[in-house]
Design a protein around this ligand. Structure first.
Ligand code: 1OR
Length: 302
């Protein structure tokens, strides 16, 4: 199921509803906070909504490997956040695992701590699109369908929708599936900068990765004496080097016009862009032109 091909099921439902509330120990609460603080579906909630969701989440200990948490083709009941352990995602093209040939199907992804799964069936009122199996012991936090739909879904849809077309136009992300791009959309933040603002300062510590949504920006550094090393336009990316190698910013990036960027924090960068790390390393501006100082790089453009 492509997240892009289906219309969202309406979340508005007038039936009265009380969210479930599971009391938690201090230990559970602090583990839970740590787990969801890394999950982008939660970071945009108001304090009230966060409180409600934390209270509705239920701990689920997974003692052994090979437990089926979700079975492809089933109806969706819960959304899951991973506190610990790893979970494998399998897709069987036949649709339902029990009905189809080929068992679980093909392994398409792995989800680890801080990740989540099981949102598609709840968002789209669709059968489970994949089977999810534990790869060892672990701990999950599960959120019921009602709370997920009423509290979390709207903002997740909006973000996915908002970034959908832009992300398909980013060359760096062209090898990803629509589903992987929608996960990135969940994690992006938009920021605007007026012309001539410094977006990244050379020598600073790096904590964000940038995709240029609109406008133009340029990279310069001290050794270039203010010469423009690289120009960025829509769909280009920057800010990756400091994150890839844990080094200070190698150049400053300054807005030439008014600029709109979508940023991804270090966490999301590591979790969601692992499969395009090779592309970013190949396109490292310092390799392309014998160092940033030469200024021939084409950034994310091809
Ligand atoms: P769900 O509610 O359908 C299974 O239950 C979950 O597996 C699903 O939500 C997603 O959270 C998760 N295709 C479908 N579901 C996936 C995929 C996926 N990856 C994770 N899930 N693909 C893999 C993309 C890397 C597409 C394969 C063609």
């Amino acid at each position: 199921v492509s997240a892009e091909s289906l219309a969202p099921a309406s979340a508005s439902d007038s039936t009265p509803w009380t969210p479930p509330s599971y009391p938690k120990t201090q230990d559970q609460l602090s583990r839970l906070r740590a787990s969801v603080s890394h999950n982008f579906l939660f970071t945009h909630l108001s304090d009230d909504a966060t409180h409600l969701v934390l209270s509705a989440l239920q701990e689920r200990k997974i003692p052994v490997p090979n437990l089926r948490i979700i079975v492809q083709g089933d109806a969706g009941d819960y959304f899951y956040v991973v506190e610990s352990g790893n979970f494998a995602i399998y897709v069987n093209p036949a649709g339902h695992v029990e009905a189809g040939e080929g068992g679980l199907g093909r392994k398409v992804a792995d989800v680890g701590p801080g990740g989540s799964f099981g949102e598609l069936a709840l968002m789209y009122n669709a059968p489970r699109a994949a089977t999810v199996v534990s790869e060892g012991p672990g701990v999950l936090w599960q959120l019921d369908r009602g709370t997920f739909r009423r509290i979390i879904m709207d903002s997740a849809f909006q973000r996915r929708r908002m970034y959908e077309s832009f992300l398909t136009e980013v060359p760096l992300l062209s090898s990803l599936t629509a589903y992987e791009r929608s996960k990135i959309a969940d994690a992006l933040e938009t920021t605007k900068y007026p012309a001539n603002t410094t977006i990244i300062r050379e020598g600073d510590q790096g904590d964000k990765f940038y995709l240029l949504e609109a406008g133009e920006a340029v990279a310069t550094n001290r050794s270039s004496g203010g010469k423009v090393l690289k120009e960025y336009g829509k769909g280009d990316y920057f800010g990756e080097l400091a994150l890839l190698d844990d080094r200070p910013r190698a150049a400053s990036v300054v807005a030439k016009t008014e600029v709109k960027v979508a940023t991804l924090g270090k966490d999301g960068f590591t979790r969601l862009l692992g499969s395009v790390e090779g592309v970013m390393r190949r396109e490292d501006p310092r390799n392309l032109s014998g160092g940033l100082g030469q200024g021939q790089g084409q950034g994310g453009r091809r």
